[in-house]
Design a protein around this ligand. Structure first.
Ligand SMILES: [Zn+2]
Length: 320
């Protein structure tokens, strides 16, 4: 009889659920809207209901959960999550287990995404890869010989918070000038808005009926593909920093692959190659010639699928 695992991705607006088998095949999926993230009771109840509905008729052996923030994966405690207010020093593993009686494992969402890539994406057969996600924020994870490099506090791979501008704008982490503040979706938007305020010419105002609030990275990317000068510049400015950080990763780790995922990457189209061009500028020659810089194989479900397989592996005593 096949074994199944449920993988859960706790995001700021949605909590995604996937029922998968050991080959990563998805049999059922669902989601719960996060809503007001102070509402502990409602959110937990919704999650339990969804788990019970998804497991119906399947031999579910384990649950894996990926959650943004700092996670004590050994104890199954969310120490702090930027997305969900009530998840602070919160024993999520025990609470889920007490309610559904299925062994549950929790780790950081980007680490779970990297596990997804390791088993079913670009990380298959890669001895040493670094996973980078570009989206609203920037995350990272390092996988060496099929294991996550966690560091002493499970915080290795916090690539988004490398300081690139010592006098830059403040970041949610408390520091300033973080990579995340220079290259995420929000920073691309900020660049365009700043340009408009300085009187730069752009077609974007027509697209949003002169309402700056409506500008988002999707519209900016559309116009970048149409060669709108300001939008192209905003995208390249962001990607130059991505290339710079990728070169740091290449020079420090000499990895086999850099796998780049996240919502922003998906829409980059041919601009993705500019990351490679910029990385080449700043990397040492030999490690650059031996690294592959690729788009992630799994898309928005990388974390939930990764969490699903993580649970199934952990229950067998595998270490990841
Ligand atoms: Zn930061």
């Amino acid at each position: 009889m096949s074994e199944f695992g449920i993988g859960i991705d706790i995001g700021g607006t949605k909590i995604l659920f996937n029922l998968i088998d050991e080959d990563g095949k998805v049999f059922k999926k669902g989601f719960v809207k996060t809503g007001d993230t102070n509402e502990e009771k409602r959110i937990i109840e919704d999650m339990i209901k969804m788990i019970n509905s998804i497991k119906e008729g399947f031999n579910v052996e384990s649950i894996g959960i990926g959650c943004a923030g700092f996670i004590d994966y050994k104890k199954g405690v969310v120490i702090k999550s930027p997305n969900i207010n009530f998840l602070e020093n919160y024993p999520l593993k025990n609470i889920i287990e007490d309610n559904v009686k299925i062994p549950t494992f929790i780790d950081n969402d980007v680490k779970m995404g990297a596990i997804g890539e390791l088993f079913f994406g670009e990380g298959v057969d890669s001895p040493f890869f670094i996973f980078l996600t570009l989206g609203t924020g920037i995350g990272g994870a390092i996988v060496y010989k099929n294991k996550l490099i966690r560091g002493m506090n499970n915080l290795a791979g916090e690539i988004g918070h490398i300081t690139l501008d010592k006098e830059g704008i403040f970041c949610g982490c408390g520091k300033r000038g973080c990579f995340e503040k220079l290259s995420s979706g929000g920073s691309i938007k900020d660049y365009v808005v700043q340009g408009i305020k300085m009187g730069r010419k752009t077609k974007i105002l027509d697209k949003v009926d002169n309402d700056i609030q409506k500008i988002d990275t999707i519209i900016i990317m559309d116009l970048a593909f149409e060669n709108d000068e300001l939008c192209v510049e905003a995208v390249l400015n962001s990607l130059q920093y991505v290339g710079l950080v990728v070169s740091y990763l290449i020079n420090i780790f000499n990895p086999d692959k850099i796998i780049i995922g996240g919502g922003l990457t998906k829409g980059l189209g041919y601009f993705f190659n500019r990351i490679i061009d910029f990385a080449m500028l700043y990397s040492l020659k030999i490690p650059f010639e031996n690294v592959k810089i690729v788009k992630a194989g799994l898309e928005i479900e990388a974390t939930s699928i990764g969490a699903g397989i993580y649970g199934l592996k952990m229950i067998k005593g595998d270490e990841l």
